[in-house]
Design a protein around this ligand. Structure first.
Ligand code: ADP
Ligand code: ASP
Ligand code: MG
Length: 415
């Protein structure tokens, strides 16, 4: 059972999570609960760091950020003990979460769950601090924003748990962010394939890495509300039969930035040098566009998007490459946003891209970059146009709760 930040934000909610955990114990289950930092704690810790240092040392950042989740676990263990059950809280390190050494976005490489197993055998309810581990060089690491989901899946995999329940502040996975689209519909099921695309394109409800991990390790994810009882959303494996609707969801992100390199010399190896430098700085690059060089100088223009939080690191990484290759200019733009539509059914149906572009055109929204996968179309637009774009696409593809009974004009959508 994993509880997100909002679900443990205050004393009453910690007690509520404790009661939910105990209810499973009473029902005869052995329970490991992974908790996130309370409410806005992680944001506050980041702000604290920035108050004392403009570019905080990543190792020390992890020492700081990992405290948030420890607080939640210790408090919840106290609440469970008061309900008459025996609980023990563990840091990521104590729980045996071993990661690589990339501070602030470490990847789990192993889960040595002996201590969790021993505690379960000793009839304890085990609380594991999410979002953190210990690196192969014995430093505390964190797993990137939203990383408690990945802790939960990794622990579930190591223990061969029956299910990994992700308790959050919405009723499950929706056809769009329910905070943005009033009539977004909760999905009873979503395939791993679609969930991966959704998580990668901004649906924060599950961290991308947790979905990847669950898919490779065969962990069943059940995403549900911590505030009400409801069926939630189950992430289904590819082997489990289900229909493939044309479009499943609209996702968005405003936490990305664009970097444009002007006057890149048109010769073999230029792009390789640029993206090697970014890779070494651990910056994940998304949409990339390189134009066809024209004219006498034959210089190319390369443009790509990255997570806003990586912008600083990317600029630092590119400075030496600029000098080495003689790149004329590097521009950055933090005001971009991205809207995507995801659906396994689009693979076999023409006309989806046309409809996306028409819908955005009708809203007078200019598309600045486009990228696609077989089951996704993403458009980079101005960040302030994102809410309107999401709502327009959600209604153009008739994803809303009020649309379920209506006949689908394209495809064979039957939900
Ligand atoms: P937690 O703190 O429980 O980990 P998060 O804030 O990380 O919760 O993720 C849940 C949030 O994800 C929701 O409050 C919702 O606003 C947002 N979200 C974005 N897209 C979706 C979607 N398609 N379905 C459900 N939630 C979404
Ligand atoms: N507390 C961390 C964050 O805010 C991890 C998480 O919530 O999953 O990103
Ligand atoms: Mg989260």
């Amino acid at each position: 059972m994993k509880f997100g930040g909002t679900s443990v934000a205050d004393a009453e909610r910690i007690k509520r999570a404790a009661r939910r955990i105990v209810a499973q114990r009473v029902a005869g289950k052995r329970v490991v609960a992974v908790l996130s930092a309370r409410g806005k704690t992680t944001d506050q810790l980041i702000a604290m760091a920035e108050e004392v240092s403009p570019q905080p040392d990543p190792r020390e950042m992890d020492m700081l950020l990992s405290t948030g989740e420890r607080i939640s676990c210790a408090l919840c263990a106290m609440a469970i003990n008061d309900l008459g059950y025996r609980a023990i809280s563990l840091t990521g390190s104590q729980a045996g979460i071993v990661t690589d050494t990339s501070h602030t976005k470490a990847k789990i490489v192993d889960v040595r769950a002996d201590r969790i197993r021993d505690a379960l055998t000793d009839d304890r309810i085990v609380l594991v601090a999410g979002f953190q581990g210990v690196s192969t060089s014995r430093d505390v690491t964190t797993l990137g924003r939203g990383g408690s989901d990945t802790t939960a899946v990794a622990v579930a995999a190591a223990l061969r748990a029956e299910v990994c329940e992700i308790y959050t502040d919405v009723a499950g996975v929706f056809t769009a962010d329910p905070r943005l689209v009033a009539d977004a519909r909760k999905l009873p099921f979503v395939s791993f394939e679609e969930m991966l695309e959704m998580a990668a394109s901004g649906a924060k409800v599950l961290q991308l890495r947790s979905v990847e991990y669950a898919r490779t390790q065969g962990v069943r994810i059940h995403c549900r509300s911590s505030f009400e009882d409801g069926p939630g959303t189950v992430v289904l494996g590819e082997d489990e039969t289900m229909e493939h609707p044309l479009i499943t969801a609209v996702t968005h992100s405003t936490e990305e930035a664009r970097i444009t390199l002007l006057g890149v010399p048109d010769r073999p190896g230029a792009a390789a040098a640029i993206f090697r430098a970014l890779a070494e700085a651990n910056c994940n690059v998304d949409t990339i566009i390189q134009n066809e060089p024209r004219g006498a100088d034959r210089d190319a223009e390369v443009s790509f998007t990255i997570a806003s939080e990586d912008l600083r690191a990317a600029e630092d990484a590119l400075a030496p490459v600029q000098a080495e290759l003689g790149i004329a200019q590097i521009d950055t733009d933090s005001e971009i946003g991205k809207v995507s539509i995801i659906g396994a059914g689009m693979r076999s149906h023409p006309g989806v891209a046309a409809r996306v572009f028409e819908t955005l055109a009708d809203e007078d929204i200019n598309i600045e970059m486009i990228s696609t996968s077989p089951i996704k179309i993403s458009c980079v637009i101005r960040s302030d146009a994102v809410p309107g774009a999401v709502r327009a696409l959600h209604s153009a593809f008739e994803l809303g709760a009020s649309e379920v009974q209506r006949e689908r004009p394209i495809g064979q959508q039957t939900r």
